[in-house]
Ligand binder design. Sequence first.
Ligand code: LLP
Length: 414
Amino acid sequence: MAFTYRKQHLFAEDVDCEALAQQYGTPCYVYSRKAMESALEEYHKALKGCEHLVCYAVKANSNIAVLDILARCGAGFDIVSVGELERVIAAGGDPGKVVFSGVVKRPDEMRRALQVGIRCFNVESEAELEVLQAVAAQLQVQAPVSVRVNPDVDAGTHPYISTGLRENKFGVATDAAMALLRRAKTLSNIDVTGLDCHIGSQLIDMSPLLDALQQLLLMVDTLEAEGIHIRHLDLGGGIGVRYRDEQPPAVADYIAAVREALGDRDLALVFEPGRSIVANAGVLLTRVHYLKETDAHSFALVDAAMNDFIRPALYQAWVDIQPTGPSDAEPRLWNVVGPVCETGDFLGKDRELAIAPDTLLAIHGAGAYGFVMSSNYNTRPRAAEVMIDGDSAHLIRERETIEDLLRGEHRLPQ
Ligand code: LLP
């Protein structure tokens, strides 16, 4: 476990969180290198003996130190913008292990991705395929392509993070995908290599994933009979994590079920996990500044806000909040809220906590979709990020300054 209490004080690996807060200030994201490495290792272990690539979904946590650590352990990357591609390159990642997802890939993004030689474009529409053909033809290269299938399955997760339903903007319905693949096969600068799908995030039940897989396998077999050989299946990300009491499938069980379903088909497997690699490898440290009692609620006013960590406000996500050290205060129910001027600005409601002004709190499960979704709303500089490696702490992103925030803005001429 990356975050554990030693004599009632929370440690990140071998470093005391209170000491980190003193050194780097709050709010501050703290990550565990070991936790990220071992989460990736679970995928690699389960895939042993089968041709595979684990493409970490950069969007979950895109700090270049995170990408560097995962690249060193053999990860590829799932990107959704040229910005993410540049991060992978800056982190020393191998562009040849990059898959490019997303419904709007601009021609300039395609060009850069082709120039650095990414592994695959996960194409999401016919219009995109035609543009990719044109860009690849200009560069006189072959674009490796997978078609993202929308299998119309209910992933059973929050509607904002469900992506595999017919009504969603993602992917191409199975029949249309077959037509698209046949068309792709005729294009001079397109090399059809795979099929992919990603049906949603924070999935607790693996049956929709396996239902989607069955549809892909049917397509693979039909295409094979037509002489179109599919070389890899990319099943996306989506495996959930435990924030509270959820019981997500073990990665090993999920992958064993996938391998079993493949039978003796000659297919490489690609996965695009984000959350399951980094969510529980990170906490957000925040300091209680004031306590405020009203007729309706007791508010713990802390220095992190929805601009730092938006998941509770945006998805009503529940994340564990705990003091990092002991307190003499009586435990009672608190609404943990930040400084942003919105009633939606909360981190947790009705939490039983023993706290006083100055208590340092750890918000758990903050390694995925935390810092990356932060903003400067209310002109709040974004938090620092620190990577723990055993007993060493590395500052991997400096806290922004007000100067950083004003850079690029201009007053009108006098
Ligand atoms: N592949 C594709 C094409 C994706 O769209 C996503 C996530 C992933 C892989 C990684 O999925 P994961 O393994 O992390 O579930 N901000 C939301 C989550 C949005 C996920 C978007 N797509 C949240 O905080 O819950």
